[in-house]
Design a protein around this ligand. Structure first.
Ligand SMILES: [Zn+2]
Length: 448
């Protein structure tokens, strides 16, 4: 029984909690198995190395990856790319990988043994990323090392307010969360954050008293704003972590004030190419043991993940932009610094019942025949889904999208499709996943 799927949603709350804990126990071994502690110690040691040493080790790791790719990965092998000349490798975009993703899989792995994650990301192009179980443990080690930077070591308790589908979408009354005792997590739904429901979320956070709060900045912000409005200061985690969306300045200010602690920004990509993390000094560090990051003239990030050999992404255009800084950080870690990350600002969709919903790219992730998608909110109760189809798109895909959209937005939102050959960029060349045409006063709730 998998949370969010099958008959899970029809079970009573206590049985859903059993299912959540059962799934967590099963996943625990995959996440924190034989290799996890070794990775954790290795990553911690890297954080104390000098910049020269880090660069030398990164060069060696990169060279190893390039040799591996031209030997075992059909896409790179067919192009006869030179393993000693990284700059000669082509820049890849998501469409190229999505169009022939099988050719990016290493022949050394049996895909039945691999884990996978479906993504549509900020561009709306669906893609499946494959990785070995061992890499899954390394990814967990990277995440817990960042938590440790904020005083929350492995297995600290956390309240998560991100895309966990643990609460049925049509549930109208609390609890809008489930407790995972195995991993000490309060898994909160990010889809039920209506103005009416916010106070009971805050009660749940107060009772659970997590070591940290982790979530989409747009979701954590809604809670912070409610806490400020109600004068509540009872929720005191050691740190707040935000991920998956740009942490906007007004969101950070409201979050830090309401929770009485620092917000730590985490930036990653589902393709496992790039990891940028905020330290206690407020600097953004790029982990050189995670990936190689190149920045083009306009700041466009080209990233190469060093650790997932099952599906290597080499010189991959992430779609976001960043500015590098040559400073050193007072925290003592020599990982390179990033001045700023731009390009993941996602607007909200506002529903007629007053909810503000971000991170809607999820509604496209199980559909294979889409090149790009954009959500345009034309009226308070109307959305237009602009879609660039690829061959094979059928009415079935439309049904999947509509079902996913209504699950998150409710039935009062009218949704229509608009098929197009191209989705226009902004004057600055930027893709906007959500475009809101609502008058300013209807959006004000999400502004400071
Ligand atoms: Zn630092």
């Amino acid at each position: 029984m998998i949370p969010g799927k099958g008959i899970y949603n029809s079970l009573p709350v206590w049985a859903q909690t059993v299912a959540v804990n059962f799934a967590s126990r099963r996943n625990f071994r995959d996440k924190y198995g034989a290799d996890f502690q070794r990775f954790l110690a290795q990553l911690e040691a890297n954080e104390r190395k000098s910049r020269d040493q880090l660069q030398a080790e990164q060069r060696e790791a990169l060279h190893g990856l390039l040799r591996y790719a031209v030997t075992h990965v059909p896409f790179y092998r067919e192009q006869k790319l030179p393993p000693d000349d990284f700059a000669a490798w082509p820049v890849l975009d998501k469409q190229t990988v999505a169009a022939s993703s099988g050719r990016f899989l290493s022949e050394e792995f049996d895909s039945r043994q691999l884990m996978k994650i479906n993504t549509s990301g900020t561009t709306g192009t669906p893609l499946t990323v494959w990785f070995p179980k061992e890499y899954h443990q390394m990814e967990m080690a990277f995440r817990w090392r960042h938590k440790a930077w904020a005083g929350c070591p492995y297995l600290s308790s956390g309240a998560y307010i991100s895309g966990h589908p643990v609460v049925p979408p049509n549930q109208k009354r609390p609890p809008f969360w489930r407790v995972d005792r195995i991993e000490k997590r309060l898994l909160c739904s990010s889809y039920h954050l209506t103005p009416d429901n916010l106070p009971c979320y805050i009660d749940a956070l107060t009772d659970f008293a997590p070591d940290f709060v982790h979530g989409y900045p747009s979701s954590v912000y809604l809670l912070a704003k409610q806490m400020a409005d109600d004068g509540i200061t009872a929720v005191r985690p050691r740190a707040v972590f935000t991920a998956s969306e740009t942490l906007l300045d007004f969101q950070r200010a409201a979050i830090e004030r309401a929770f009485g602690t620092k917000a730590f920004n985490w930036y990653g990509t589902t393709e496992f190419t790039n990891n940028i993390i905020e330290c206690a000094q407020g600097s953004l560090h790029q982990r050189p043991d995670y990936g190689v990051l190149e920045l083009l003239g306009d700041g466009t990030m080209i990233a190469t993940g060093l650790n997932n050999r099952a599906m290597p992404f080499i010189r991959y255009k992430v779609g976001d932009r960043a500015t590098r800084s040559d400073d050193t950080c007072a925290c003592g870690c020599a990982f390179p610094l990033i001045e700023r990350i731009e390009g993941r600002v996602e607007d909200y969709v506002r529903t007629p019942d007053g909810r503000l919903i971000g991170r809607l790219d999820h509604i496209f992730k199980d559909v294979q025949h889409i090149r790009e998608a954009q959500i345009v909110q034309t009226k308070l109760d109307e959305l237009v889904l602009r879609i660039v189809r690829t061959d094979g798109f059928t009415a079935k895909d439309e049904q999947i999208i509509l079902k996913e959209a209504h699950l998150r937005l409710g039935d009062s939102m009218r949704i229509r499709f608009e098929f197009t050959d191209v989705i226009e960029r902004t004057a600055g060349g930027k893709f906007r996943f959500i475009v809101s045409q609502l008058p300013r006063e209807q959006l004000e709730f999400s502004r400071p």
